[in-house]
Design a protein around this ligand. Sequence first.
Ligand SMILES: Cc1cc2nc3c(=O)[nH]c(=O)nc-3n(C[C@H](O)[C@H](O)[C@H](O)COP(=O)(O)OP(=O)(O)OC[C@H]3O[C@@H](n4cnc5c(N)ncnc54)[C@H](O)[C@@H]3O)c2cc1C
Length: 491
Amino acid sequence: MHDLLIIGGGINGAGIAADAAGRGLDVVLCEKADLASATSSSSTKLIHGGLRYLEFYEFGLVRKSLQEREVLTAAAQHIIRPLAFHIPQLPHSRNSWMIRAGLFLYDNLARRRRFASSRAINIDPEGPLNSAIRRGFEYWDAQVDDARLVVLNALQAKAMGASILTRTECTAANATDAGWRVNLHDSLRNTDNEIECRAIINATGPWVATLSELLSKKEAQHRIRLVKGSHIVVPRMHPGTQAFMLQHHDGRVIFVIPWLQKFTLIGTTEQEYQGDLNRVEISKEEISYLLRIVNLYFKKSILHSDVVYSYAGVRPLIGEEGQNATKVSRDYDLELETKPQPILSIYGGKVTTYRLLAEDALSKLQAIFPDMGPAWTKTAKLPGGDFDLPENLFKKLASEYAWLGPDLITRWLNSYGTLCFDILGDASGSGDLGVKFGQNLYQKEVDYLCRQEWAKTVDDILWRRSKLGFQFSPAERDSLSNYIEQSLPSN
Ligand SMILES: Cc1cc2nc3c(=O)[nH]c(=O)nc-3n(C[C@H](O)[C@H](O)[C@H](O)COP(=O)(O)OP(=O)(O)OC[C@H]3O[C@@H](n4cnc5c(N)ncnc54)[C@H](O)[C@@H]3O)c2cc1C
């Protein structure tokens, strides 16, 4: 009998799996699709305190998020990096005094080690913004590769003994005298397996209420509102490294963020959602909404035809229908039911607070697992994050593997950190990297991703483990797909 079955391989499920396994629990995590295939790869990709939550007096949430910003940036410098944000001021914007007060709080609610202070700035009329904009503010947050954060937590969980089962859906659970007997459906092999566990964690994000009803056979206790948020990606809009926070006429804010050297990520929208959770897509109206605000602030207009990619995700928000979704708290809530057997459901949350959420979840289970170890993740590095400075790691890789070239070293450093050394092993020249599938994706990396990081399809590799999807032609995709199917049939 396992101790804990965690259902859902988004950031919350993977984070709890790592924490629980590190405390000595026998953990199984099942994910019906790929790790991070839902909300956790569809975020704005920020590890942030949430400046705008201050308007709704969410001081507690902002403070703990700011504290986590420091903790996570230290744990995973390869995938989480500080990023400057400029807030340009237009006549419809919030009062400057209000922004100053907000930024003062943002700077001082938690101790800062890696993030500079905010300041008022003059906006260069020669820059990318509409030349009528002369003043603004600068503050700092961090950018994260959200999907890789999930995979790193799953790797950490695996290293501590957890079993991570992807393409495995929990389809039923029945209480026994000792815990739960659960049916897991493996969609790749089309098989069903039963496992037994002492307790269940429902970490299925937007599916939380549906699964809760399936498992406990009664209506979920919390009222959940599903709210869709969408992003567009356009060719890089400005050469600078800073992001922008734009204030929309409706009081919402839109982020314009440099992404992957050649692109700009713009989001997000907010719409009540009743559609299929497995097929969440941006609408034309949402694209227009995002373009409208960008075109108000930027000199160079962008059109629907400039959008090279888009994605959408759904937040499960706790709250009453009718309340403005922008004002609903982004904090999480945990609900433990002990009868007929223990099941803990996770409601809401942010990528930024996943580690704290995991600690809180395990505290709730303390009485069920009295012998489990203490909290440990606050000072632990995530896999690949055990280095001092990215520039020093770059130098080390460049001196030991000069033949990789700066582009590949940079991409690998930003994805794998020190895991690069595991991937490369005793490779001593580019011939040892094997077949090249396109861009700088070689067999060596693909083999590693399939064997160690649960990659099973082209999209797992091109969109979640890397972002090479932007640069792959249909023919290159096919060749990668054939390789995965033929060479690694049982991965
Ligand atoms: C548009 C948008 C922007 C955001 N931006 C940010 C941001 O910049 N910073 C931030 O901190 N937070 C952000 N968030 C919030 C953050 O993305 C979410 O809080 C977080 O990703 C939720 O993770 P999760 O693990 O709870 O859910 P998910 O990532 O959705 O994971 C749930 C998983 O459960 C699986 N599942 C469902 N049912 C079953 C089953 N029966 N069996 C097995 N598996 C199952 C699903 O396939 C899914 O992978 C944003 C959210 C949205 C929507």
